[in-house]
Design a protein around this ligand. Structure first.
Ligand code: ZN
Length: 439
């Protein structure tokens, strides 16, 4: 007999955490941080003793799947963490950043303690654990190194989707199709929603840049450090080197995004065909004429000496911190400032306020007038939408007996549940926090 406990991401899009118990082994699948409302309360303690956990299998490096590994190790976990090599490298950056922002969690060395417990596994390689448990990670096409998990235990097969990416995302490969599973634990972030086609992102970016060049504008793009920043550089590289836009200074002003870009640049074995063809032709996909990055804050300040037009890509993605704040404090009151949103802006964040064209926006305890021109490119997304989730599911040779929907707001989960039940014979559940499934 085994038990699967849903310890997080039930009716929310953060905090992915599952506990699988079989025989005497206890395995966690992901160890994600809750973000947003009530996060502190939810992150406060684990519903198990970290010392009792034997293994963690990690699907990818995003904080909402990996962030609480710091607390897990701090509070006594001494086992092994299995994940893809690129994820280990991204994880180090992500955890160091979290410790830097929240030093109360523990000493700086804690990130290295987590990393020292990590063991790389290759995609598609089956790995055996004591107690007759086997698993393998498959490419999820979400961010570099992201995986969905297949796990065999007690004569049953589980699949955990992690976060599923979109078909056609640049740089990384498309999500690999699953084959079969008795039980599937699946994300539902964009249940009921539809993304515009990806191809539109690059076209829109081109139009905005051309307009900025005509109007001598400064362009600020708040961006997440993992995935989005690299996609932007990839598209800029294409637009500039194909001659579709005139070169203009493009500055990556985020030390974290710069580190992440180096990890992306190293792991060419994870690229899709298009990116590999570019490499084979000698194209450096994250580099192009007039591209700069600024590691030091001194270099960042010198951006002010440039005359427009130019583009600055900086974090954080929702303007809640990072260097984008200083840029926008200075330039948001100006008409020749363009702010381009390329990612989700949560309620209550300065990014959302700017996007909704509020005339005054609070940035770092200061009210700043917002006279900038605001753009939004919706086609960027690292998550499969409703249709793409269904088509991922379509690839199963036969539908799983039971599907547990997690990692989605209640409405998104319910919409996806309805549509899955219409198309497949599977029994679909939307587990609440603490639900235990006995198998
Ligand atoms: Zn993710």
């Amino acid at each position: 007999m085994g038990v699967l406990t849903f310890c997080g991401a039930c009716g929310t899009v953060t905090g992915s955490l599952y506990l699988l118990e079989s025989g005497r082994k206890k395995i966690l699948i992901d160890c994600g941080l809750y973000q947003g409302l009530e996060a502190d309360k939810l992150n406060f303690s684990f519903p198990f003793d970290p010392e009792d956990i034997d293994y963690v299998i990690l699907t990818h490096a995003h904080l909402d799947h990996s962030g609480r590994l710091l607390e897990l190790v701090r509070d006594g976990f001494r086992g092994k963490i299995f994940t893809v090599q690129a994820t280990i490298e991204l994880l180090q950056i992500v955890l160091e950043d979290r410790l830097h922002l929240e030093p109360r969690i523990g000493p700086k060395e804690l990130a290295s303690d987590v990393i020292s417990r990590c063991h790389p596994v290759e995609y598609d390689e089956t790995f055996g654990l004591p107690g007759g448990i086997r698993f393998r990670l498959r490419d999820a096409g979400h961010i570099l190194g992201s995986a969905h998990l297949e796990l065999w235990c007690e004569g049953q097969k589980f699949a955990f989707s992690g976060d599923i990416g979109r078909t056609g995302t640049p740089i990384i490969r498309d999500p690999s199709p699953p084959d079969e599973a008795d039980f599937l634990i699946m994300e539902s972030t964009y249940g009921g929603r539809r993304h515009p086609p990806l191809g539109r992102a690059k076209r829109q970016l081109k139009l905005i840049i051309e307009r900025a060049q005509r109007e001598n504008a400064r362009v600020f793009i708040p961006s997440f450090a993992i995935g989005r920043a690299q996609e932007l550089l990839y598209y800029f590289n294409e637009l500039v080197e194909s001659g579709e836009i005139e070169p203009l200074p493009v500055i990556l002003d985020s030390p974290m995004a710069l580190k992440v870009t180096r990890v992306y640049a190293r792991h060419t074995e994870l690229y899709d065909e298009e990116a590999l063809e570019k490499l084979a032709r000698g194209d450096r996909i994250f580099s192009f004429p007039l591209f700069f990055s600024t590691a030091s804050s001194e270099a960042s300040r010198r951006i002010e000496e440039l005359s427009p037009p130019y583009v600055v890509i900086a974090g954080s993605g929702m303007v809640t911190g990072g260097r984008i704040i200083d840029h926008l404090k200075r330039h948001l009151p100006e008409r020749n400032t363009f702010v381009v949103f390329v990612g989700f802006q949560a309620k209550g964040t300065p990014g959302r306020e700017i996007l909704h064209r509020r005339p005054w926006v609070k940035l770092d305890h200061e009210l700043v007038e917002n006279r900038a021109r605001i753009f939004r490119i919706e086609a960027f997304s690292a998550h499969a939408d409703h249709r793409e989730l269904l088509s991922w599911l379509d690839h199963f040779d036969k539908p799983p007996h039971r599907i547990f929907l997690t990692h989605g707001e209640p409405e998104a989960r319910d919409t996806l549940k309805r549509d899955i039940q219409k198309r497949f014979r599977s029994r679909v559940e939307t587990p609440s926090l603490g639900r235990q499934f006995v198998f």
